[in-house]
Design a protein around this ligand. Structure first.
Ligand code: CTP
Ligand code: MG
Length: 232
C-alpha cells in the first residue's frame, strides 16, 4: 500500500510573463520546482513522486531541476492541456499498489512537512482532504451586472490550497466520471465533491502560496529566508 504524490507542473505560467515556465525561475539560485520536489523527496511518508511536465520541457527539467540522480522518487510524465488533464495523466502513471494519492501544485514551493504528514494521516481517516486557510478578506457573491447578491459568513469561508489527498480509487473514479460528463473543475476536490463524498479540511499555512504573478517571487523569497532562519 503506497502513497504517491502527483505534481502538476505542465502549465504555461502565462500570468508570470517570464521567458521560461515559472517553475524553472530561481529563488535564491534554486528553481521553484526544486523546492517543491525537495519537500516530497524528504518526506518519509511519500513513496513515489509523479512529476507531470510539458513534453518539450523534459530536457530543461532534467538539466535544471532533476540533475543526475537528485531525486530517487521522481517519475516523469507528460502533461495535458489543463491542470485536470495533467493530474489525470499522473493518475494513470502511479504504481499499481498506490492506496493514497495526493496532488500538489508544482508552483507551491513553500509546502511544509507537517502539512504533508497531517494530510496523509487525516486522509487515512476521512478518505478525502484538502488543505485550506481561513479567508482573510470578506468575500461577496455578485451578479452578472456587478452588484452584490450576498455576503457569506466569513467563519465558513476557507481558501483552498494544495495538497489535496484522496484514496486512489476515489480520485480515479472522480476524474473518470468528470471526463465522461465533460466536467471541468479548478481543483481535484471539486470532482470528488460532485460524487457526494465528504471532503475534510486540513488547516494549512498562509505561507503556502502559489507562485502566479511576478510579485509572488518576492514574497516567496522573503518567506523562504524566514523559514531558513527558523530551521537554523
Ligand atoms: N498545470 C499543469 N498542466 C496544465 C496547467 C497547469 O500541470 N495544463 C499546473 C501548473 O504548472 C501549476 C499548477 O497546475 O503548477 C497550478 O496552475 P497555475 O498556477 O494556473 O499555473 P499555470 O497554468 O502554469 O499559470 P497560468 O494560469 O498563469 O498560465
Ligand atoms: Mg493556469
Amino acid at each position: 500500500r503506497l502513497t504517491s504524490v502527483i505534481i502538476p507542473a505542465a502549465g504555461q505560467g502565462s500570468r508570470m510573463n517570464a521567458p521560461v515556465n515559472k517553475q524553472y525561475l530561481k529563488i535564491k539560485q534554486k528553481p521553484v520546482l526544486a523546492y517543491t520536489l525537495d519537500a516530497f523527496e524528504q518526506c518519509p511518508l511519500i513513496d513515489e513522486i509523479i512529476l507531470v511536465i510539458n513534453q518539450d520541457e523534459f530536457e530543461i527539467c532534467r538539466r535544471e531541476v532533476l540533475k543526475p540522480d537528485r531525486y530517487a522518487k521522481v517519475k516523469l510524465v507528460a502533461g495535458g492541456r489543463t491542470r485536470q488533464e495533467s493530474v489525470y495523466n499522473g493518475l494513470m502513471a502511479v504504481a499499481p499498489q498506490t492506496a493514497i494519492v495526493m496532488t500538489h501544485d508544482g508552483a507551491r514551493p513553500m509546502i511544509q512537512q507537517a502539512v504533508i504528514e497531517k494530510s496523509i494521516h487525516e486522509t487515512s481517516r476521512y478518505g478525502a482532504t484538502v488543505v485550506g486557510v481561513p479567508a482573510k478578506n470578506t468575500i461577496k457573491i455578485i451578479d452578472d451586472q456587478g452588484f452584490v447578491e450576498s455576503t457569506p459568513d466569513r467563519n465558513y469561508l476557507v481558501e483552498i490550497q494544495t495538497p489535496q489527498t484522496f484514496e486512489y480509487t476515489l480520485l480515479k473514479k472522480a476524474h473518470q466520471q468528470a471526463i465522461e460528463m465533460g466536467i471541468a473543475g479548478t481543483d481535484d476536490a471539486f470532482l470528488v465533491e460532485r460524487l457526494g463524498y465528504p471532503v475534510k479540511i486540513v488547516s494549512g499555512d498562509y505561507s503556502n502560496i502559489k507562485i502566479t504573478t511576478p510579485e509572488d517571487l518576492i514574497i516567496a523569497e522573503a518567506i523562504i529566508r524566514q523559514l531558513e532562519k527558523k530551521h537554523q
